[in-house]
Design a protein around this ligand. Structure first.
Ligand SMILES: O=C(O)C(=O)C[C@]1(C(=O)O)C=C[C@@H](O)C=C1
Length: 108
């Protein structure tokens, strides 16, 4: 039987998952990297929560516009959102905003 990557087989029924390799060559470096990765995991969880909140707020706007007889999308507003992100984060910010818009209103 083969052992999956990053796991250590102890008994035939128990598999222990090892911590992901930090890539550091000294224990202090490994500890600093582990701590920083915890912070990143926490930030990523909060970012995901904010993205989900954004999607829900966007859905409210789109529903209201449709209910009042308007179109679901508003391209001039999308241009404002794209400019906001590109002003703050550059070209990759534009890509991030496009992904957020796609998550919020689907593909166009
Ligand atoms: O601001 C709006 O009018 C929205 O509908 C929200 C939103 C967005 O997710 O930012 C979504 C769809 C529109 O095309 C424009 C922007």
């Amino acid at each position: 039987m083969t052992t999956p990557n990053n796991t250590a087989r102890t008994t035939p029924t128990t598999t222990v998952t090892a911590a992901p390799d930090s890539g550091a060559h000294a224990p202090e470096g490994a500890e600093a990297i582990r701590d920083a990765r915890h912070r990143i995991d926490d930030l990523d969880g909060r970012i995901i929560g904010l993205v989900q909140e954004r999607m829900a707020v966007s859905a409210v706007i789109q529903r209201e516009r449709i209910a009042s007889g308007g179109p679901r999308l508003n391209l001039s507003r999308e241009m404002e959102v794209l400019a906001h992100y590109s002003d703050q984060l550059g070209r990759s910010g534009t890509a991030l905003a496009m992904t957020l818009l796609e998550l919020s209103r689907g593909r166009v």
